[in-house]
Design a protein around this ligand. Structure first.
Ligand SMILES: [Zn+2]
Length: 414
């Protein structure tokens, strides 16, 4: 016997299918939607009527069908609502407001001192969220939800940050905190996994079902897409590739172990290598610009100098590019992806890093594994994670559509 619950589930599933086809292939006519989805015309019409009423879909160009009747094409409606994406970094908070098709309407990035009180940090993050929501409302849009990307291990069921090695935080009920304040759907995920989702929906890996996203900031996170799904492991903590131990005698890592991959390839590693290179007497213009004080040197300074051909900076970047390449070659041998996307701070110097990484991969990954592989920089640069946080909200709607006109989650009756 087919129950009402079964029917609702089927309607939800069919609606998600229609939304996802439109996301990839719009504009489409109702007839094309029917043939693409395998659903019959009357089901498509019923779904589209509800989506039009809910403003998630809009009619666009008028076209004539094959027998000359006028018909409208359909596409996702950018004004379907707005999402707030929040990235909590180790020393910054970044936010975006996007419309329903991920156009950025507003963005803000604020640095903070990681040694500052957790309470102060949260008050600032809440104030920024308030501002972001105001920006969305001021454009006459309804809020679809808030997505949070965090550099740590997340309990997805609870929306709780279990452990963030580089922040030194443990057991923070992020979803609860944001829901209590803002009374909207809140989605929490690891920053790099969120960013992988962002690349999948509206970035460099759009539509690819097997790819690896690497995010290098203070730490090195990843999102691994396997057959169109993010790989999460048994407890949801999978793909911590930054903590692969590459050298047991190496630098101490934020996780407490030594020689993790992230100690070799992040911006901190670039600065460390650069200092070592200077000590070896390689000349550089950077030291003068930093008033001869090694402590004033930032990753951006070194990356910029390398881009301008500074010998010491270039040597440091190439060394780090090599280490990055070895780790990626290992990942390619394990996962055989179609693409590897580099995001975060390293993206900044991708012009120098990519050729080095590609060379190391050619020399070290198995030939058949790396066939037709593309290594690219993230389309969103250092905004990859914050865009991914917004993608968490859009992903939920595209997979679990269920709006009513009063903004609360309900069921579709189609
Ligand atoms: Zn580690």
């Amino acid at each position: 016997m087919v129950t009402t619950a079964d029917q609702n589930l089927v309607r939800k599933f069919n609606t998600a299918v229609v939304l996802n086809i439109l996301r990839h292939h719009a504009p489409l006519s109702r007839a094309e939607l029917a043939s693409n989805s395998g659903l019959n015309r009357s089901t498509i019409s019923a779904i589209i009527n509800v989506l039009l009423e809910d403003k998630l879909v809009q009619e666009t160009i008028l076209q004539s069908d094959r027998i000359g009747r006028p018909g409208m094409l359909l596409e996702l409606n950018p004004s379907g609502g707005f999402a707030v994406g929040i990235e909590i970094g180790v020393d910054f908070i970044s936010m975006v407001v996007t419309d329903f098709v991920a156009n950025v309407l507003w963005r803000q990035r604020v640095n903070f001192n990681p040694s500052e009180e957790q309470e102060t940090f949260f008050e600032r993050a809440y104030a920024m969220t308030e501002r972001a929501l105001g920006e969305g409302y001021s454009r006459g849009l309804r809020p679809l939800g808030i997505g949070l990307g965090v550099p740590g291990l997340i309990d997805l069921r609870l929306g709780e940050l279990k452990f963030a090695p580089n922040l030194g935080w443990e057991n923070i009920p992020l979803r609860q905190l944001w829901t209590d304040r803002f009374h909207l759907p809140v989605f929490v995920d690891n920053e790099a996994k969120a960013a992988a989702l962002g690349e999948y929906y509206f970035g460099a890996a759009r539509g690819l079902s097997n790819f690896i996203f690497l995010n290098a900031g203070v730490g090195l996170g990843s999102g691994i897409m396997i057959d169109g799904k993010l790989f999460r492991g048994s407890h949801g903590y999978a793909s911590e590739v930054g903590h692969m131990i590459m050298n047991p005698q190496g630098e101490l890592c934020g996780c407490g172990k030594r020689g993790c991959w992230e100690t070799q390839v992040g911006p901190r590693a670039v600065i460390r290598r650069f200092r070592e290179t200077l000590r070896q007497g390689v000349p550089s213009t950077v030291l003068h610009a930093a008033d001869n004080d090694l402590d004033n040197i930032t990753f951006e300074t070194v990356a910029n100098a390398a881009l301008q051909g500074d010998a010491a900076a270039l040597a440091a970047m190439q060394e780090v590019g090599g280490q990055l390449g070895f780790g990626i070659a290992n990942l390619i041998n394990i996962f055989n992806p179609q693409m590897v996307v580099l995001g975060g701070e390293l993206n900044y110097a991708s012009k120098i890093l990519l050729p080095v990484v590609e060379q190391v991969i050619t020399n070290n990954a198995m030939r058949l594994e790396s066939q037709d592989l593309k290594i690219v920089a993230s389309m969103h640069g250092r905004d990859a994670c914050v865009m991914g946080a917004a993608a968490l909200v859009l992903d939920d709607i595209l997979h679990e559509p269920g709006f009513t006109n009063n903004n609360s989650k309900g069921e579709y009756y189609v």
